[in-house]
Design a protein around this ligand. Structure first.
Ligand code: PGA
Length: 251
C-alpha cells in the first residue's frame, strides 16, 4: 500500500546540541498531534544521526542525507551504507540536486549509491527534478524520465519496493518559488506512469512520490491534496518544529 511521508532534510544546518533540541521538539509535537496520516522522517547531518535517534520515539524515524558509492575502504571522508545501518538508520536520501550540482554526482554514481543502500537494508529516498532552463524549454519530462531510468531502472521489482521518489524541481528548492499544485501533480502523474511502464501499475500505485521545493505549512495542504503527491521532502521549513508539524498534519 502506498504510504504518505513527510521528511525533513536539515541539510548542513544546526550544531549538535541545536539538532538534538530540534529533534526533541519535533518528537513532542508529533506525540501531541495524535494519529497521523503520514510517516515522519528527519534527516540530520551524519554527525548528529546517533544523538538525534536517541532523542526521538518510534513515531519519528531518522534518515541520512547521503551515503558512499563504495562498500568500504580508502575513501577519506565518506560514510558507507553499512555504517548507517549499523547505527540503526533506516533510510537515506540519494541524488539530492545539491549533491548532483555541487558534488558532481552523476546518474551512474547515484545508481551505485542506491545499490549500496539497498544491499544494506536501507530504504532510499531518491531525488529527481529539472533545472529552470529545462522547465522553460519544455524538456522537464525527458529529464525526470532519464534520471529515473539511469539511476533506478536497473533495480529488480523486489528492490523497487524500498524506493521512495522525491520530485524536486531545482528552481523551487530554497527559492520560495514553489511549483503550483497543478505543475507538481502533472509531473508526479508522469513519474507514476513511467514507473508503471517498467514495474507494472500495481507497483507504481504503491510507490510513494514526494514533492520538494519551498513546500511549507501554508502550501502543503493544497499540494498533498493532489492524487499523485504522497507527501513532501522539506528543507527550510523542517528547521522549525512548529512549521514542520504544520506540514506533517497537512493531509
Ligand atoms: P526547501 O528544500 O524546502 O528549502 O526548498 C527542499 C529540499 O531541498 O529538499
Amino acid at each position: 500500500m502506498r504510504k504518505y511521508i513527510v521528511a525533513g532534510n536539515w541539510k548542513m544546518n544546526k550544531r549538535l546540541s541545536e539538532g538534538v533540541r530540534l529533534a526533541e521538539e519535533i518528537n513532542v509535537a508529533v506525540e501531541k498531534a495524535g494519529a497521523l496520516k503520514c510517516d515522519v522522517v528527519i534527516a540530520p547531518p551524519f554527525l548528529h544521526l546517533t544523538e538525534v535517534s536517541k532523542a526521538v520515539g518510534n513515531k519519528v524515524s531518522v534518515a541520512a542525507q547521503n551515503c558512499a558509492a563504495e562498500a568500504s575502504g580508502a575513501y577519506t571522508g565518506e560514510v558507507s551504507a553499512s555504517m548507517l545501518q549499523s547505527a540503526g538508520i533506516a533510510s537515506v536520501i540519494i541524488g539530492h540536486s545539491e549533491r548532483r550540482t555541487f558534488y558532481g554526482e552523476t546518474d551512474a554514481v547515484l545508481a551505485k549509491k542506491t545499490g549500496q543502500a539497498l544491499s544494506c537494508g536501507l530504504k532510499v529516498i531518491f531525488c529527481i527534478g529539472e533545472e529552470l532552463s529545462q522547465r522553460d524549454n519544455g524538456r522537464y519530462f525527458d529529464i525526470v524520465k532519464s534520471q529515473i531510468e539511469n539511476g533506478l531502472f536497473h533495480l529488480s521489482a523486489d528492490e523497487w519496493k524500498n524506493i521512495v521518489i522525491a520530485y524536486e524541481p531545482v528552481w523551487a528548492i530554497g527559492t520560495g518559488r514553489t511549483a503550483t499544485s497543478a505543475q507538481a501533480q502533472e509531473v508526479h502523474a508522469f513519474i507514476r506512469q513511467t514507473i508503471a511502464g517498467k514495474y507494472g501499475q500495481p507497483s507504481a500505485d504503491d510507490t510513494t512520490i514526494l514533492y520538494g521545493g519551498s513546500c511549507n505549512e501554508n502550501n502543503a495542504k493544497e499540494l498533498f491534496a493532489q492524487p499523485d503527491i504522497d507527501g513532501g521532502l522539506i528543507g527550510g521549513a523542517s528547521l522549525t518544529a512548529e512549521k514542520f508539524i504544520g506540514i506533517v498534519t497537512a493531509f
